[in-house]
Write a protein that binds this ligand. Structure first.
Ligand code: PMV
Length: 335
């Protein structure tokens, strides 16, 4: 895909950290599945304090790739996804070396906190550095996209927009505003820690089967514009209107796909209804859900304490994690 990149002297090992992101305008469905070229553009906020830390070590003595996830050998599906991704990196570098990938997350995997976004953003940076590829932020974002679409948005920092592009070359994410631009808080309300039954890679392929997907995609530029404007003007009211609408539109597509994808659980609905009620009574707050039951409740930092206290008192809530806007993927010394 990206031949001709300058090689630096490779240390063959490197470690990187990246945050997950919460989509404010969602990516759902691909125009071209294998390249993860999205059906529509999207906007997100990186989540500070939550991170994946990944060390990649290439070694001429290895006869296969290895993937250790949270201290355990990964299952064969996860290993093969990582290996296919490393093939891309090897192809770019003109290398045949296998690698050991060791990754740790400090947040639950597979339940609507985008673990694959953080994982593939960290893996892209660590693998590129270890093998001696000299990639700029755009090139890294393109590479991360191939591992998991939303991972391209965890490469740059702060509030980020994924420009959908028309080809592999022009589909990548850029910072709209740095993390310090606006102190929003995502009160991540954990309803379930169980892995989701249908992962998003499979979910994207079902999007087309919903009669609502065409309408959702056709209306995306309008929502992107509203969201961009709200972020740049730090207008929480405008942001909450478009963010909730966008989340509801994506879940409407999911629920009307064949087969049906129903990620919402009773606890999700309890939180969504409470958020609407609180907002109608003057608290600045809104909800959004990715591909899972957990509800991301957004509010300005001044209201975060009040919002998280209220959330903790609702029935069926496992835990509430608070995350402010986070920075870009970055290299670190140790895992
Ligand atoms: O990057 P993926 O394939 O895990 O897809 C992410 C899809 C959503 O989280 C539901 C929406 C988004 O834009 O992050």
């Amino acid at each position: 895909m990206m031949e001709g990149y300058l090689h630096k002297m490779a240390d063959l090992t490197a470690t990187a950290a990246a945050s997950p992101n919460i989509a404010l305008i969602k990516y759902w469905g691909n125009r071209v599945d294998p390249l993860r070229l999205p059906a529509n553009g999207s906007i997100s906020m990186n989540l500070d304090g939550l991170e994946a830390r990944t060390r990649v070590t290439f070694d001429p003595s290895f006869i296969t790739d290895q993937f250790i996830l949270n201290h355990h050998q990964a299952n064969s599906a996860d290993l093969s996804r990582v290996s296919v991704f490393l093939d891309l990196v090897r192809q770019m570098a003109g290398s045949h070396l296998y690698a050991t990938v060791e990754s740790r997350n400090n947040f639950p995997i597979g339940a609507g906190v985008a673990s694959s976004a953080a994982a593939y953003a960290a893996l892209s940076l660590a693998a590129a550095k270890a093998i001696g590829l000299d990639l700029n932020e755009i090139e890294l974002s393109r590479l991360a996209r191939r591992g998991s679409g939303s991972a391209c948005r965890s490469v740059p920092g702060g509030f980020v927009e994924w420009l959908p592009g028309r080809s592999d070359r022009d589909s990548f994410a850029v910072t709209l505003a740095p993390a310090r631009h606006w102190d929003l808080v995502d009160c991540i309300t954990l309803i379930s820690r169980l892995p989701k039954p249908v992962g998003s890679t499979e979910g994207h392929t079902l999007a087309k089967s919903s009669p609502f997907q065409k309408a959702r995609v056709a209306d995306t530029d309008r929502r992107l514009e509203l969201c961009r404007g709200a972020i740049l003007a730090r207008d929480f009211k405008a942001l909450s209107t478009v963010v909730e609408l966008d989340s509801n539109m994506m879940h409407a597509v999911m629920i009307t796909s064949q087969p049906t994808l129903l990620y919402l659980m009773p606890g999700s609905i309890t939180v969504m209804q409470a958020v609407i009620h609180w907002r109608n009574n003057g608290l600045p707050v809104c909800y959004t859900l990715d591909a899972g039951p957990n509800v991301h409740v957004l509010c300005p930092a001044e209201s975060a304490k009040e919002v998280s206290l209220r959330l903790e008192q609702l029935p069926g809530i496992n835990q509430v994690l608070l995350a402010h806007p986070g920075g870009p993927a970055h290299l670190i010394e140790q895992i």
